[in-house]
Design a protein around this ligand. Structure first.
Ligand code: ADP
Length: 775
C-alpha cells in the first residue's frame, strides 16, 4: 500500500529490436494510497504524502529523539564509504554527499547503494517512521562493512579495487562469502603473501636485504598472479626468507675429541690428519676464520671427501658438498640475474639454503676440474668466495644483496694442482694426500670398508668371513688404484653375492619353522612345493644350504669377481730386449709404464707412438742423442754392427696404453734404458722400475710424485727402483714396510742407472778405454 513518488528525469531506449527502455527517476517521498480512482489506461489514485512532510513539520523533535540513532548511522555510513577506494570518483562524491545531505535522506540513499536484496529494499521503503528506518538500515550497513572487511583481508588490492566498485553498485550482493574455487585460490594466495610479509619482517636478514624484500613484496601485492614475474618474485622472496642470515650452529671444538674422531674414521693418512688437527687447534685458540683454505690434493678414493666430512663432524657443523667438476659457467657459482627466465641462485647460496645455517663446512670438490667457457670463468667467481677479505659481502647475482660468507669453512679437494688456476691455488694451502700401500689398504678394508659394506647389505660377521689374504688378493689382482674406491666396490660385489646365499639359506630355514608354529595347512603345502621346485632346479648350491660363516677364499673370489684382472708378474713382458718399466705420475696416482722399442732397416728416423706430449718427445730425442754419443763407450751397435746407431736404422718407441696422453720429463731414464737394451741385446731386469729426467750430458735430474710412483711399483710387485739421487729425501715419506720391500738405487748419472737396470751391470767396455788411451 505504500509507494514512492518519483520524478522521471530521463527516458532512454528504443522499440527495436525489442522494446527496451531505461528510466532515470528521482525519488521524492513515500506516499500511501487512500483511494484508487481509476485503473485504466493507467492507475489514478488519491494519495497521502507520508515522510518528508512529517519531518519538515517536526524537525526539531525528530532530531533530538533520533540524534543518537542518526549519529550512529552516520558513523557507520562514513566507515563504509571510507573502506572503499577513494580514487574512484563515484566514491569520493558519495563521501561528500554524506556530509551535505540531510541525515534523514541517508538511510534511503545508502540502502540503494549497498548490497541488499529487493525484499530488504522494499522493507526500508515500507518503513515510514524515520526511527524505524534508521534501525532497519544500521544492520544492513554493519553487514556490508563486515563483508568488506572480509574481502580486504582475503583479496589482493588490485582485484579488491574492482570488487569495491562493484560493491557500490546496487543489485549485487556482497555479503556472500566467495565460494568458487578460483576465489578460494586467490584467498589462499593472498594469505600466503601476507604470511610471507610477516616472515620477512620477522626474519633476521640484513637491513639491505630487508629493504629489498619489502619493496618486492609491495610489488608482489600489486601484481596479478597470472604474470610470470609473480612466481619469480615469490620464489625470490621465499628464498630470501629461507636463507640463514643469522642462524648458525655452535662450534664445539675440542682437539682431543677431534683427534680421536679423525683416528676412528680414518686409518693411516697421518700427515693429513696432523695438518688438519693443527688447523683446528689454531681455530680453537684464535677464534678468527681468516686462515688459509685447506685443499686436499690426491688421487681419487683416498678419503679426501670423507676427511672433509669428519672435520664438519668434529666441529659440530653442517656439511655440504659442492661438486665443481665440469662447471664452466660462472653463474653456477654466482647465480643468474633475476631478469633471466629460469634464473636461480648459485651453488653457494643454494648450499646455504639446503643446510639452513650460515656456518657450515663447504667442501668444494674437484676444484681442478673447473672449466672455462664463454659464460665467464667460474674460478674467478670462486676467488671472491674464498677470499676472507671479500667474502663477508658475497653478492650472488640472483639475490642481488650481499650475504656474509665469512663464517663458512671452505675445504677444497683436487686430483692435481696442475690444472687449478694459479690465483685460486694461491688462496689455498695444499695438502698432498698420497695413495695407500697394500698394507694400509688391507687395514682400511678390515677396519672400515668391510664393516660398512656388511651393514649396507644386512649381513653380520657371523655370516661372512673375508680373511686378510683374500683382501690382499682383491687389492693386487682385481684392483690397481691409489685409493680404495674400487676395492670398496669389489667388497660390495662380494657382499651382494653372499647376501643372495644367506637369503636363500634363511628361506629354507624359516619355512619349516613357520610350519611348526602351525599356521595352517597352506604353509605346509608351500614348503612341499618349494622342495619340489628345488629338486627340479637341481642346482648343487641350492640343495645344500651354505655353512655359516661363508668363507671367501680365492676360489669364491674367482666365482664372484671373475678371473683376476691384473697379474703380479710383470717379468714376462720383459722377455726380450727393448722393454723397460718406467714410473709415471697421473692425477689418479702413480702407475707403472712400459716403454717398448724396436728397430728396423730405414733411414735413421725415430717414430714415437702412444699419445706423447712435447716434453716426452724431447726426452726421447735426448735419450737417442746421448746413446749415439756414447755408443762406442758402451759397445752399442746397430743391426749391421756400426756404432752409428741410426745408420740405415729406424727406431720405433712405443708407450702402451696409447689412448692415454702422457707427458713429462720423468720417462727420460726409462727411454735410455730401453734403447740401451735394444742396442746391446741384453734384457733389462724384470723387477726394476725407474724414473728420472735426463740431460744431454747424461745427468739424472729429480722429478716429482716419488711417493705415488714408489707405491705404484710396490703395488705391481717390483723390487728395485731407480730414482734420481736428489729425490732421496722424498723416500722419508714412504711407509717403512714399503721401503723394506724395495731396494732403492739413487742415481745421479745415466751410467749408474744402466748399471742398476741390467743384471750384472752395464759396464763401460775396457776395449773402448784402450782405444781412448791410444789417442
Ligand atoms: P675422495 O674424495 O678422495 O675421492 P672419498 O673420500 O670419497 O675419496 O673416499 C672413498 C671411500 O673410501 C669412502 O667411503 C671413505 O670412507 C673410504 N676411505 C678412504 N680412505 C680411508 C681411510 N684412510 N680410512 C677409512 N676409510 C677410508
Amino acid at each position: 500500500r505504500i509507494g514512492t513518488a518519483a520524478l522521471a528525469v530521463q527516458v532512454v531506449g528504443s522499440n527495436w529490436p525489442k522494446p527496451h527502455y531505461t528510466l532515470l527517476v528521482t525519488g521524492l517521498c513515500r506516499f500511501q494510497i487512500l483511494q484508487l480512482l481509476k485503473e485504466k489506461p493507467y492507475p489514478v489514485a488519491e494519495v497521502e504524502q507520508l515522510d518528508r512532510l512529517e519531518q519538515f513539520t517536526n524537525q526539531h523533535k525528530s532530531e533530538e529523539e533520533l540524534g543518537e540513532l542518526s549519529e550512529q548511522f552516520y558513523k557507520y555510513a562514513v566507515q563504509l564509504v571510507e573502506m572503499l577506494d577513494m580514487s574512484v570518483p563515484a566514491v569520493a562524491k558519495l563521501r561528500r554527499l554524506l556530509d551535505n545531505l540531510p541525515r534523514e535522506a541517508l538511510p534511503d540513499i545508502l540502502t540503494s547503494i549497498i548490497r541488499t536484496s529487493n525484499q530488504e529494499k522494499l522493507q526500508i521503503l515500507d518503513a515510514v517512521r524515520l526511527e524505524e528506518r534508521f534501525k532497519m538500515t544500521i544492520p544492513l550497513l554493519v553487514r556490508q562493512i563486515e563483508g568488506l572487511k572480509l574481502l580486504q583481508k582475503t583479496r589482493k588490492p588490485k582485484q579488491d579495487d574492482d570488487k569495491r566498485v562493484v560493491a557500490i553498485r546496487p543489485n549485487r550482493r556482497i555479503n556472500h562469502i566467495p565460494s568458487t574455487t578460483e576465489d578460494e585460490e586467490e584467498e589462499e594466495d593472498h594469505d600466503d603473501v601476507v604470511m610471507l610479509e610477516k616472515k620477512i619482517r620477522t626474519s633476521s636478514m640484513s637491513e639491505q636485504a630487508l629493504k629489498v624484500c619489502l619493496k618486492e613484496i609491495k610489488r608482489l601485492k600489486k601484481m596479478p598472479q597470472s604474470m610470470p614475474e609473480y612466481a619469480l618474485t615469490r620464489n625470490y622472496l621465499e628464498l630470501m626468507v629461507e636463507l640463514p642470515w643469522n642462524k648458525s650452529t655452535k662450534d664445539r671444538l675440542e682437539i682431543r675429541a677431534a683427534r680421536i674422531l679423525l683416528d676412528n674414521d680414518h686409518y693411516a693418512m697421518e700427515k693429513l690428519k696432523k695438518r688438519v688437527l693443527e688447523y683446528l687447534a689454531v681455530r680453537q685458540l684464535k677464534n678468527n676464520l681468516k686462515g688459509p683454505i685447506l685443499c686436499f690434493v690426491g688421487p681419487p678414493g683416498v678419503g679426501k671427501t670423507s676427511v672433509g666430512r669428519s672435520i664438519a663432524k668434529t666441529l659440530g657443523r653442517e656439511f655440504h658438498r659442492i661438486a665443481l667438476g665440469g662447471v664452466c659457467d660462472q653463474s653456477d657459482i654466482r647465480g643468474h640475474r633475476r631478469t633471466y627466465v629460469g634464473s636461480m641462485p648459485g651453488r653457494i647460496i643454494n648450499g646455504l639454503k639446503t643446510v639452513g645455517v650460515n656456518n657450515p663446512v663447504f667442501l668444494l670438490d674437484e676444484v681442478d676440474k673447473l672449466g672455462k667457457s664463454l659464460q665467464g670463468d667460474p674460478a674467478a667467481a670462486l676467488l671472491e668466495v674464498l677470499d676472507p677479505e671479500q667474502n663477508h659481502s658475497f653478492t650472488d647475482h640472483y639475490l642481488n644483496v650481499a650475504f656474509d660468507l665469512s663464517q663458512v669453512l671452505f675445504i677444497a679437494t683436487a686430483n692435481t694442482t696442475a690444472t687449478i688456476p694459479p690465483a685460486l691455488l694461491d688462496r689455498m694451502e695444499v695438502i698432498q694426500v698420497p695413495g695407500y700401500t697394500q698394507e694400509e689398504k688391507i687395514e682400511i678394508a678390515h677396519r672400515h670398508l668391510i664393516p660398512k659394506q656388511l651393514e649396507q647389505h644386512g649381513l653380520t660377521p657371523q655370516q661372512i668371513q673375508i680373511p686378510q689374504v683374500t683382501t690382499l688378493d682383491i687389492i693386487t689382482r682385481y684392483t690397481r688404484e691409489a685409493g680404495v674406491r674400487s676395492l670398496d666396490r669389489k667388497l660390495g660385489a662380494i657382499c651382494r653375492a653372499v647376501a643372495v646365499k644367506v637369503a636363500e639359506g634363511q628361506h629354507k630355514e624359516t619355512k619349516p619353522d613357520r610350519a611348526e608354529v602351525g599356521e595352517g595347512e597352506d604353509c605346509k603345502e608351500h614348503v612341499t612345493e618349494d622342495a619340489k621346485t628345488e629338486s627340479i632346479s637341481d642346482t648343487a648350491d641350492l640343495a645344500l644350504p651354505p655353512e655359516m660363516p661363508i668363507l671367501i677364499d680365492f676360489h669364491a673370489l674367482k666365482d664372484i669377481l671373475g678371473p683376476p684382472m691384473y697379474e703380479m708378474e710383470v717379468s714376462e713382458r720383459l722377455s726380450q730386449p727393448g722393454v723397460a718399466i718406467g714410473l709415471a705420475w697421473t692425477p689418479l696416482g702413480g702407475e707403472i709404464m712400459f716403454v717398448e722399442a724396436s728397430r728396423m732397416d730405414g733411414e735413421g728416423q725415430l717414430t714415437l707412438t702412444g699419445q706423447l706430449g712435447d716434453v716426452m718427445k724431447e726426452s726421447a730425442h735426448l735419450a737417442i742423442s746421448w746413446l749415439r754419443s756414447n755408443a762406442k763407450r758402451y759397445q752399442l751397435t746397430n743391426a749391421s754392427g756400426s756404432f752409428d746407431l741410426l745408420d740405415n736404422t729406424d727406431i720405433h718407441l712405443h708407450f702402451p696404453a696409447g689412448a692415454v696422453t702422457k707427458d713429462g720429463p720423468s720417462a727420460g731414464v726409462t727411454i735410455v734404458t730401453c734403447l740401451a737394451s735394444l742396442f746391446s741385446g741384453r734384457l733389462v731386469c724384470s723387477d726394476v722400475a725407474m724414473t728420472g729426467e735426463i740431460t744431454l750430458r747424461g745427468l739424472v735430474l729429480p722429478v716429482g710424485g716419488i711417493k705415488d710412483k714408489v707405491l705404484a711399483a710396490h703395488r705391481a710387485g717390483l723390487k728395485r727402483i731407480i730414482i734420481p739421487l736428489r729425490n732421496e729425501k722424498d723416500l722419508e715419506e714412504i711407509a717403512v714396510n714399503v721401503r723394506q720391500d724395495l731396494t732403492f738405487v739413487m742415481a745421479s748419472c745415466l751410467d749408474e742407472v744402466l748399471n742398476a737396470a741390467f743384471d750384472g751391470g752395464f759396464a763401460v767396455k775396457p776395449r773402448v778405454e784402450r782405444l781412448n788411451s791410444k789417442l
